[in-house]
Design a protein around this ligand. Sequence first.
Ligand code: AMP
Ligand code: ZN
Length: 476
Amino acid sequence: MEERSQNRISEIKLFNTLTHKKENFTPINKNEIKMYSCGPTVYSYAHIGNFRTYIFMDCLRRMFKYNGFKMNHVMNITDVGHLTSDADSGEDKMEKAARKEGKNPYEIAKFYTDAFLKDMKLLNIDTPEVITKATDNIPQMLSMVEEIVSNGYGYETSKGIYFDVSKLDKYPVLSNNDLSGQEAGARIDIDEEKRNPYDFALWIKAPENHLMKWDSPWGKSYPGWHIECSAMSRRFLGENFDIHTGGVDHIPIHHENEIAQCKGAFGHNPANFWMHCEFLLVDGGKMSKSLGNIYTIEQLQEKGIEPLAYKLFCFSSHYRNKLNFTFEGAKSSQVALNRLRKGFLLHKNSNEDIDETIINSLEIRFNDAINDDLNMTEAMSILWEAIKLKAKSKKIANLIMKFDEVLGLDIKNSEKYIKKIEDNIPDEIMQLAELRKIAKANKEWTKADEYRDKINEMGYTIKDMPNGEATIEKIM
Ligand code: AMP
Ligand code: ZN
């Protein structure tokens, strides 16, 4: 095992939702990790809760790369089939958004996919090797549904094709045999044609006015939400891969049903490890439209919180614990991030003597922490120990840059960020300038002007330079 990497010091242990315990991780292939992550449903902006789950996904893939593995990581973009309730009722989220915004669902999908990818970049989240849209995988989904039906696990009703969960040896397998937490179709929308309350839609017959529909043996129709992930993981990773990730809300419905579909099509659960990120709460409660507390990355920036400070904020709790978002908490993370950058620069610009054993011990402990089911709080405390060492040395700066391969906080560019602080430009103004730059790059001129006006209102001017950068000055 050791020849694979110099970095890999300790065994990798990961919590597997399937077995409800931490297990030693052994990959299927020696050098490569095959991983699938449920991606966004692109009917609106992704919120900071969603991004907690993608930051977790990013740490996981970065941890593997740090340990010397190659990644073969697939993430889907859901642009069809996710109904307003996860349990197969209501309208398709894409179609609903399209009607509301007066666009077609493909335009909606493109707009929000671009917005999602832009935020991923701002958060310095590594791009998975494959990002694939559900609508680009319709033939694979359809043929999987046909296999499921011909294997005796699916049946037709007037609404569509349903999976018969009673045909399985066991259902559910992830959620501790407890069906009480699951929104069964039977309880919210009694469907007399379903054989069992927990049977779910594989393929849905499209009403006349439905916009996204395809030819199938059952007429014009469209996929159920769960089939896309089963078909896409199979297409890009095969019938057995290492890890499947998502948020905890996916455990009782979406992931349970993915496993069921794979058993129905080819006889077994596809992923060795199922890993789930706990929810981000806001002010101690759920995020909801009615409470007006669903924040986007852009809204944090408008309040002077950098996307990377939000990432640092996420490291303040283990991914399996709930994390409570408050603006005070996020602002403290912004202060901590700036402190971290300054501490890093002190090391980078010094050459004091430092005992090699100190460096080795920090490195071993950091590796142990990340390999122990991504213990990021411990990893961060080791990073701070390194930063705070009395002796300042380039060697420590190099170690911190190495740690940052897992953290993804762009520490190597600390100078650039600190320069802006030293120019005494407040965080809010810096972030508004950043948003204006993005709006200009996207040719969203009205939006760019709005940010300029906000900057002016706050007492600063912003001038564009010929090199594309902008200078900010206080209005005297
Ligand atoms: P969706 O776009 O609704 O399919 O969600 C995208 C991802 O975000 C999924 O993996 C969800 O499980 C996850 N997610 C949704 N809400 C939260 C939250 N409040 N905290 C953490 N993850 C979330
Ligand atoms: Zn999925």
